[in-house]
Design a protein around this ligand. Structure first.
Ligand code: TYD
Length: 201
């Protein structure tokens, strides 16, 4: 049984929509679950995230950014995720370590191994049972967020090339990690939900 499930993907890949559909389906089956995303309403993690995502923080150093993501992750993990897992709840999570590997390690070129190392320290080896990667061409993904959002954060404002590298990074990680299941994010939510449920049950 998969207890801890993470969703990953680039901007506009539809993670939130698919996760809500899965949440409804699992709750209808009577499964006790926690649906969360970093920083997940954990005040310390929220405060760290505000620094990272503020559009005015153009001076933020890439390594400092990676360390801040890892710090925010650690706090959310300890305060929210681990207690839920200990209680036997199923945990659905929007983004985790693979986001840092794809965005900071690969796209920002800090290095996958370096980012893996700081995240191994932050998570102390606690890793999800399975990761669903919603793969989409960033041109399509960015079209979706531009149509749906009134405000863009500092990372949304990166160049198209950056988002293409994020995608490449994710696909590279998926090729090297059997726990990462790649889904075609251009498919409809009903079809994607069916694919996810087939993997989980
Ligand atoms: P948010 O609006 O929360 O993301 P989403 O795209 O999931 O709706 O913004 C999070 C941004 O931070 C997003 O651009 C991805 C990026 N990010 C990283 O660069 N590294 C990380 O470790 C995480 C968790 C997110």
């Amino acid at each position: 049984m998969k207890q801890w499930i993470v969703f990953e993907g680039g901007e506009g890949s539809g993670k939130t929509t698919l996760m809500s559909a899965l949440q409804r389906e699992l709750e209808a089956r009577g499964i006790d679950l926690l649906c969360t995303r970093e920083p997940g309403g954990v005040p310390i993690a929220e405060a760290i995230r505000r620094i990272i995502l503020a559009p005015e923080n153009t001076e933020l150093d890439p390594i400092a950014e990676a360390l801040l993501f890892a710090a925010s992750r650690r706090q959310h993990l300890v305060e929210r995720v681990l207690p839920a897992l200990e209680k036997g709840q199923m945990v659905l999570m929007d983004r985790f370590v693979d986001s840092s590997l794809a965005y900071q390690g690969y796209a920002r070129e800090i290095g996958l191994e370096e980012v893996r190392t700081i995240n191994a320290f932050a998570t102390q080896g606690h890793m999800p049972d399975i990761v669903f990667l919603l793969d989409i061409d960033p041109v399509k993904g960015l079209e979706r967020i531009n149509a749906n959002r009134d405000s863009l954060n500092r990372l949304d404002l990166e160049t198209l090339r950056f988002h293409e590298k994020v995608r490449e990074g994710y696909l590279y990680l998926a090729r090297n990690n059997p726990k990462i299941i790649v889904l075609d994010a251009t498919k409809g939510v009903e079809e994607l939900l069916k694919e996810v449920l087939e993997v989980l049950f």
